[in-house]
Write a protein that binds this ligand. Sequence first.
Ligand SMILES: [Zn+2]
Length: 307
Amino acid sequence: MKKFTTGVLIFVAVVMLGWIAFLIVQAISSEPDATVDEIVQEIEDSDDTPLLEDTFVTVHLEVRQASTMDAGWGDLENLVALADEYEVPLTIGFTPGWASYALEEGKLSEVRAWESSGHELAMHHHGISHASWDGYSNTPATSGRNDFLGDMEDLMVILNQLPASGQILTTGMTDEDVDFPEGILYNTTNRGDGAENPTASGSTFGSQGGPSPEDMISSPIAATYNGVDVIELGKMGFAIDHLSYDLTLEEIQERVYGAEEGQVLGLVLNDNTMEEHLDEAEDLFILLSAMGLDVQTVKDILVDVEL
Ligand SMILES: [Zn+2]
């Protein structure tokens, strides 16, 4: 009987210890993310400086309903104003709907003013493979569809009216192998899988994975799409609700401090960031500044790169 009682007591003790351990693990794993102030303090208290310097922040202006464009434009103005406040030159990727809106609604002088003050007017394209196609494609089968708006030459006629030079230099897009336009020199990509799966086109950014933090830091590489030779950098979305991976400021900090000299940090914001998470964009700008990173547009980072 005594043996039995002891056995029960040991059993109860083990269960209780297990439960306590479980609660501790829960408490640790549900701990809130470090605030930007805490991270900045940690950076200031440390003597380390990252080897990585060059950083870009690109904005994907997504495909959206025409009826929401007025509100969207206001959100973009707020983001650009915030970026100016923190001296962050943005690489602003226009889908054709956004570019047409700017041209038709008298926003060209505003967009050119952004360009003069250091932001880059770039391209963003959702090809036919994307759930939210922008209506432009070089794929012959698309031309019979009633939502077909034109081929990629037609798209570039619209987009190239934005920069003062008459030529967009940077893109971030899907369907590169059929849709990649002539005249573009630089590509940014976030297809996931890090450097695990080189593609036939020479990209080391892998094929068709989800967004991956591995792609956030990269070295410039040469790639060829649709016969166009480009230099390519990786990127990763931040403060975008629909992404399957929620990138935190701490992870950005860790990866920047773990990066090598000459590597580049690339981050993506989009309509959702502008609408819902401008405070997170501000925290990001504060973090980039605290780490002493040199934020530039994609074309300015890559203009002197020869591969
Ligand atoms: Zn997009």
